[in-house]
Design a protein around this ligand. Structure first.
Ligand SMILES: CSCC[C@H](NC(C)=O)C(=O)N[C@@H](C)C(=O)N[C@@H](CO)C(=O)O
Length: 710
């Protein structure tokens, strides 16, 4: 017998990067076909590409791959006739090829391009009970038809002009520039799609989308020629009968942006405001199957004093007075899916380290019924009989898998969920996960529970306590409740660390008051909660309190920077894409309007990590991507120069320093390529090994023979 745990994919970064990653689901209107997208590593291991897979809704047959395009396929959706539509670029169209909509006929045959637009198509929305299909496509402001759009695009590309003339805000989004084109909604024109084929059992669906099939390409009619930037970041839905659409529509005034819901008549393009609130953004419209109601999510406009509230509402689809669903519910709805008889909705919402599915009735004031126990659910779809739902479920114990939920009354949460046969197996973990909690007392005397996930290596024990890594989540309005490929604790667990994933003040799933305690005061309760959670696990005999590190990304990087300036209890701090100087972050992020609502100059001054640089006595690894527009590179650059010049551990005269800066010239807020993700984990692990374990790791050659990670 040996205590050495069996090797898992988390022990080897190449194996980890090769794990397939499940995406969104689509269910055919008859409920008989379930399709999932899944990303897998390409043969040259430098990108992931997505393919569509058919999943047996009964859980009997193995998953079957449907598409094999060289450039990948995504955004699956079924038409009323059962054809599968998806978005993909055409093979052979070159590097600047634009995605278009493909049709894979229900009756068999080759997939072929159904609709294209000169600027590409980003999403497709078929009606569930009519031959109407909407698409969302980026369009130039001066384009009046496809010919003028092509002419304008040609003028820019042939003259190699990338300049964009703005007259308002926003100008960037996450990792790309906004403009000069912007999304508009189009209806696909033409005769009804050809009926399904000869009843072939579908084997032909495995055909590759290599060559266009039938000569059936369709044109489009612009439903929103005057959209301007109103549909940037919009969510939209089409009614089952295909007669109208509802979209979130943004208006801009200076820096301020606000969204309301519009109803658009598909036949005429006539548009009218369905519901508008002065004090909230309205998004995520979902039209009831009977066409009578529109459900949506309202996110209140914040102020420096007041945190947002997210609530679910319904309004008659023809307009009228909105009504709040589950009015006393102290949870934030994340997604809304109607039941087929329009009697209510399935709603996901964060709760205590999970994101379960709840059933919410349309009428009455019954409390939402929590249907599931473990995990975070997404991509929820319901079969036409209303007896089962399908969803993806992940947690920190498992990447996303496809599950079927039995919607019958009286079923226990455990019995309700059945895991379906997905394209890939659940990977073996290198350790175990515990749900831990501690109690904190705020300066006003109120007490709160701070709960965390603690991932422990298999061998951790009193005789062999594990070094501790505190990993802080971003947002900050979020929760460690779903698997993340970006922030994966198991890689560090496989290297012997216990990883603590706390949900401090500002986290979601614990009620409004828990968010409010950290609002506008990021360095107070969120920080003290994190320290309290760390104190509590350091009491355990299977955790080694003398070897510890803290890390975080994005807002989690802000907190890592704050930690570095406020305690020297950790041996190392890793900060990725982090907010450093709040005086500059607010105006330079792509979402300035969002942050400036919360941040006063006083708050920025009081809670800015850069003001405490002189107190930093912990080696720091700074990581930033140049194309990060959410937390712009100026944060990383200023952090780096101030660390070298002004921290309590400045660079020596010969330039040597304990700090490190891992800079990605062509990555953004996320590290999107496999090879760069591998370097990320290698450098993080090497830096922690040096400072926490006192060990040296060799850096990979791809870093050009750089000196040690620590
Ligand atoms: C619901 S919390 C707000 C998320 C926030 N949104 C905007 C408009 O800025 C955001 O993007 N925060 C980042 C600084 C961040 O912390 N991102 C995290 C979580 O999304 C990340 O892991 O990238």
């Amino acid at each position: 017998m040996t205590d050495t745990p069996a090797a898992t994919p988390f022990h080897d970064l190449d194996d980890y990067l090769a794990l397939p990653r499940l995406g969104a689901l689509a269910l055919s209107p008859d409920g008989r076909r379930l399709v999932a997208s899944q990303a897998a590593l390409d043969a040259d291991r430098t990108r992931w590409s997505t393919a569509l897979w058919e999943i047996d809704p009964d859980g009997e047959a193995p998953a079957r791959r449907l598409t094999r395009g060289a450039k990948g396929e995504g955004g699956p959706a079924f038409t009323a006739a059962g054809d599968l539509l998806f978005v993909a670029t055409r093979p052979g169209d070159g590097d600047d090829a634009k995605p278009c909509v493909w049709r894979l006929p229900a009756g068999g045959g080759e997939a072929y391009p159904l609709v294209r637009r000169p600027g590409g198509i980003s999403a497709v929305h078929p009606a569930r009970a009519a031959d109407t299909v909407l698409v969302s496509a980026d369009t130039l402001p001066g384009a009046t038809d496809e010919a003028s759009e092509r002419r304008l695009r040609k003028a820019r590309s042939e003259n190699k002009v990338a300049a964009i003339l703005h007259s308002g805000y926003p100008v960037r989004y996450w990792d790309h520039d906004l403009g000069p084109d912007a999304p508009r909604l189009f209806v696909v024109e033409g005769a009804p799609l050809a009926p399904a084929g000869d009843g072939d059992d579908g084997d032909a669906l495995a055909a590759a989308p290599d060559e266009p099939g039938p000569d059936d390409e369709r044109g489009t009619r612009d439903l929103t020629p005057d959209a301007g930037r109103a549909l940037v970041e919009a969510s939209s839905a089409i009614s089952d009968d295909g007669t109208f659409a509802v979209a979130s529509w943004s208006t801009f005034a200076g820096l301020a942006a606000q969204s309301h819901l519009v109803r658009i008549d598909v036949a005429t393009g006539e548009r009218r405001t369905l519901v508008r609130e002065n004090e909230a953004d309205l998004d995520e419209p979902a039209i009831s199957p009977d066409g009578a109601w529109v459900a949506y999510i309202a996110s209140s406009i914040t102020s420096p004093q007041e945190a947002p509230r997210r609530t679910a509402w319904v309004v008659p689809a023809t307009g009228g007075t909105p009504r709040r669903l589950a009015a006393d519910w102290d949870r934030w709805p994340a997604s809304l899916t109607w039941l087929p008889d329009s009697s209510g909705l399935l709603v996901t919402a964060d709760e205590h380290g999970h994101s379960p599915v709840f059933r919410v009735a349309l009428d009455g004031d019954a409390a939402p019924e929590r249907l599931t126990a473990e995990g975070a659910f997404g991509s929820v779809v319901v079969d036409p009989a209303g007896t089962h739902a399908f969803a993806t479920r992940s947690s920190y114990a498992s990447p996303a898998e496809v599950v079927r939920l039995d919607l019958a009354e009286g079923v226990t949460a455990e019995d309700r969920v059945r895991v379906l046969r997905a394209p890939s197996e659940r990977p073996t973990l290198p350790g175990r996960l515990e749900d831990v909690a501690t109690t904190v007392t705020d300066p006003d005397g109120s007490t709160h529970t701070v709960r965390s996930w603690l991932a422990l290596p298999e061998g951790a024990s009193a005789e062999n306590p594990a070094p501790l890594l505190l990993w802080i989540h971003g947002g900050p309005l979020g929760s460690w409740n779903a698997w993340s490929w970006r922030w994966n604790p198991w890689i560090m667990v496989a290297r012997g660390y216990a990883v603590l994933l706390p949900d401090p003040a500002l986290s979601t799933g614990y009620g409004q008051e828990f968010v409010q305690r950290g609002w506008g005061a990021w360095g107070d309760a969120p920080y003290t909660d994190l320290m309290a959670a760390t104190d509590a696990v350091e009491q355990r005999d299977d955790v080694d309190a003398s070897r510890t590190a803290a890390m975080g990304g994005s807002f989690g990087g802000y907190m890592a920077n704050w930690v570095a300036g406020h305690t020297d209890r950790f041996d190392a701090v890793v900060t990725h894409a982090s907010l450093w100087a709040l005086d500059q972050f607010g105006p330079t992020t792509d979402a300035s309007y969002y942050w400036q609502r919360e941040m006063t100059p006083e708050m920025a001054a009081k809670h800015s990590p850069h003001a405490f640089v002189g107190d930093i006595r912990t080696p720091m690894l700074v990581i930033h991507g140049d194309k990060d527009y959410r937390v712009p590179i100026g944060e990383g650059l200023r952090l780096w120069t101030e660390l070298l010049s002004s921290s309590g551990l400045p660079a020596a005269e010969d330039g040597s320093t304990v700090h490190r800066f891992l800079y990605y010239p062509d990555e953004n807020h996320w590290i999107l390529t496999p090879q760069h993700a591998k370097v990320w984990y290698e450098v993080v692990e090497g830096f922690l090994a040096e400072h926490v374990l006192g060990e040296t790791r060799e850096l990979p050659d791809v870093l050009g023979g750089a000196a040690s990670a620590g």
